[in-house]
Design a binder for this molecule. Structure first.
Ligand code: ADP
Ligand code: 5GP
Length: 210
């Protein structure tokens, strides 16, 4: 892979248990954080009612997904809740080249992979509810999943919160407006992150200009 960190642009990774409020937060702040590209992942999980191809995900078969892995098309991919999810490299590269902020809604494994490959230009934030009890209530009242799926998401959530210390920021999504304000500040700050290549260039220029 080319060294993407030499390009302009920045990455903001948003993770957190399903039902924590990531989509609600992104929806609330999207008009307030300037130009960004939201990375649409590819998944092998079945499309849900209310979702649309190319808006929520690119929905593919396991065979197609495996072909993409072989062709080295993913920046990162992971098995989550028994389904594959992956971030395609091409649109991310294009957006970074344009200097855009690229936002990912990916899991803890994805965050670790992005940090390894592009930590220089990445900022990460973990979103969660104030408690496990409130997560259960939100998943139940969202009413998009069966009891079995909710149970599965809750056991995943318990594992995911153990890795909060891998993130730059934590947003406890209690009051949505307060949480949105925090996300706006984090998104703005993430754009200002300077890759080490640029820092080195700056230091050289600074010294040369004696
Ligand atoms: P995620 O994208 O993380 O899976 P959602 O944005 O779908 O989560 O939110 C899960 C449910 O919780 C939705 O029904 C949403 O309306 C609700 N919700 C989100 N944030 C809050 C909040 N701060 N207070 C109360 N309910 C919330
Ligand atoms: P859902 O099925 O609820 O849409 O997503 C399940 C989980 O997969 C969420 O935690 C979401 O952040 C994660 N996810 C979605 N897309 C990707 C991706 O491209 N890569 C990784 N690693 N995780 C993803």
């Amino acid at each position: 892979m080319n060294n993407l960190s030499t390009e302009y642009g920045a990455i903001l990774v948003i993770s957190g248990p399903s039902g924590a409020g990531k989509s609600s937060l992104i929806n609330k702040v999207k008009e307030l954080i300037g130009d960004f590209y939201f990375s649409i992942s590819t998944t092998t999980r079945p499309i849900r009612t209310g979702e649309e191809e190319s808006i929520h995900y690119h929905y593919v078969s396991k065979e197609e997904f495996k072909q993409d892995i072989e062709d080295d098309n993913f920046l990162e991919y992971a098995l989550v809740h028994g389904n594959y999810y992956g971030t395609s490299l091409k649109p991310v590269k294009k957006a970074l080249k344009k200097g855009q902020l690229v936002i990912f809604d990916i899991d803890v494994q994805g965050n670790a992979a992005v940090r390894n490959r592009l930590g220089d230009i990445s900022t990460s934030v973990f979103v969660t509810t104030p408690s496990l009890k409130i997560l259960k209530e939100r998943l139940t009242s969202r009413a998009t999943d069966t009891q079995e799926v909710i149970k599965n998401r809750i056991s995943m959530a318990k594992i995911e919160v153990q890795r909060i210390n891998e993130y730059d920021f934590l947003i406890i999504n209690d009051d949505l407006d307060v949480a949105a304000e925090k996300l706006i500040n984090i998104a703005k700050a993430s754009r200002a992150k300077m890759p080490s290549v640029q820092i080195n260039e700056f230091v050289h220029e600074w010294e040369d200009n004696a």
